[in-house]
Design a protein around this ligand. Structure first.
Ligand SMILES: [Zn+2]
Length: 319
């Protein structure tokens, strides 16, 4: 005899939401430099899926040159439509108007309405910010600053500068700069800006090379080669360089107490010892009672991707 299984009373399931198979969300990023446009499509976790690079003549004061290059570069967004595009632009930028105000040595970019042009090409929302300021957003969304509302992102090497995320917002006051021309020495060397004793006169690659040469360590020395040498002379130059970098960061810590400093660029070549030297100086001179003990981390992001990650972070900050 076959037992019939008791029939189950089925509660009708709610009808499934009408859904289209949703494509993963993508982020668009563009780095706009004098003579070069880099574009990339990234995942929401910051992985680059596709990229393009187009050169153009920035010396000719004709926006048509930039138009053509931008159109070619934007081809990367045709197949993988991003939710938005963040532009990391060199020079002075008006983020509200989406316009490049001025760039040294690139008359083609003067007054260029890059956000409107790229929006016309792609049909997606486009935001633009100064390249150096965006680095902190790359760290905030994809790097060592994840989950933090306040920290600093530092460029080291040929270009020196600090971007600060403060209570969730990028500090970007109109007319504010990146810190390279903070005065750190009352009777220091003359700077390219005409001032004296600017931070960049003693905390960039140019200073390191000159100091190494003066110490008899050759004219080709770099932070990487000096850090790998055993001699006292090389060690002293590296220590002085770390101190000079820390000098600017100590002031930033005193003013904004970012607590975390994420270093990009050349600092990575100095290895753990260089990182620790800067952190020690920061803790000695920058730590106020009750503030978080300053920490220094070195970014592992590829140098070429830092601005693109910042652009992608700008998109995430707007959605
Ligand atoms: Zn200066």
């Amino acid at each position: 005899m076959v037992h019939e299984r008791p029939s189950l009373r089925l509660v009708p399931e709610p009808a499934p939401e009408p859904s289209t198979p949703s494509a993963p969300r993508m982020l668009g990023a563009v780095e706009l430099l004098p003579g070069r446009i880099r574009s990339a499509v990234l995942t929401v976790s910051g992985r680059v899926l596709d990229r393009s690079e187009v050169a153009y003549d920035a010396a000719v004061p004709r926006p048509a040159e930039v138009d053509a290059a931008l159109a070619r570069s934007a081809g990367v967004f045709a197949d993988r439509r991003p939710v938005g595009i963040g532009i990391a632009a060199a020079g002075l930028v008006d983020p509200d108007a989406g316009v490049i105000t001025e760039v040294n040595d690139a008359p083609a970019l003067h007054g260029y309405p890059v956000a409107a042009r790229l929006h016309d090409l792609t049909g997606v929302p486009v935001h633009v910010e100064h390249r150096a300021r965006l680095q902190v957003l790359g760290d905030r969304w994809f790097g060592a600053g994840r989950g933090r509302r306040t920290f600093a992102s530092v460029s080291t090497g040929e270009v020196l500068g600090v971007g600060i995320l403060y209570d969730g917002e990028v500090l970007a006051p109109h007319g504010g700069r990146s810190g390279a021309h903070m005065t750190v020495s009352a009777s220091g060397e003359r700077c390219t800006c005409g001032g004296r004793g600017c931070w960049k006169t003693l905390a960039t690659t140019r200073w390191l090379r000159a100091r190494a040469a003066a110490a008899g360590l050759g004219t080709e020395a770099s932070l990487g080669t000096l850090s790998r040498q055993d001699g006292a002379a090389a060690r002293e130059v590296v220590e002085e360089y770390a101190d000079n970098l820390a000098l600017g960061l100590v002031n930033v810590q005193q003013l904004f107490a970012p607590g975390l400093f994420v270093l990009h660029g050349e600092a990575r070549d100095g290895g753990e010892r260089f990182r620790a030297l800067i952190e020690r100086r920061l803790r000695r001179d920058g730590a106020a009672v009750a503030a978080e003990l300053p920490r220094v981390l070195v970014s592992e992001a590829a140098v070429d991707d830092v601005a693109l990650l910042g652009g992608a972070g700008l998109v995430l900050s707007h959605v």
